[in-house]
Design a protein around this ligand. Sequence first.
Ligand code: OGA
Ligand code: MN
Length: 198
Amino acid sequence: MESLFETLIEGVLADQFASASSFLSPDLVAGLRANLQSRLQSGNMHPAGIGRAIGHQTDASVRGDLISWLDDHPDDSFEKEFLAAIQKFMDYLNQTCYTGLNAMEFHYAIYGPGSFYLRHKDQFRSDSGRRFSIVTYLNEDWLPIDGGALVLYPENAGPQVYFPEGGRMTFFRSDVVEHEVLPTLRPRMSLTGWLKSV
Ligand code: OGA
Ligand code: MN
């Protein structure tokens, strides 16, 4: 695990982004995917907003996903395992880079066919708490013809394209890396969140 953490952290320090194809085990991906699907079936996934608080609004012409937030202390064993892995990664980052991260927030997201998220940055102007973005994918057998790529626009390199393959984790600086989700042709599931200092 530590060499994977090292690779991700070195990537972010050098290039503002990094990605690992098997951050989550296949069992964890399947368990989290089943959780997302049951939240969807029980009507607990809601249109995501853009901006915060007073400026908060939903607009499918900007982003078309449905989301559902993870509890800080979930009962579900897969969510516990996921948050424990992220906590370990955050601790490692703090120990090696003195990043002073002390909070996290994660939500499930599903993009239905035809939906997308236009180019944006994750750090709100009014709230610099979000320091690093982490996107993990819960899909089975994703093919490039399914669309739905995440495209990152780091400041010092050309566009980086990642398909939302199950188990992949993409990690980038929330303050500087613009990115977008291209239209997907099939339901596209993820667990996305932020490491913060609050
Ligand atoms: C986001 C986002 C990227 C993805 O939720 O802010 O940019 O690949 N998601 O789902
Ligand atoms: Mn984003």
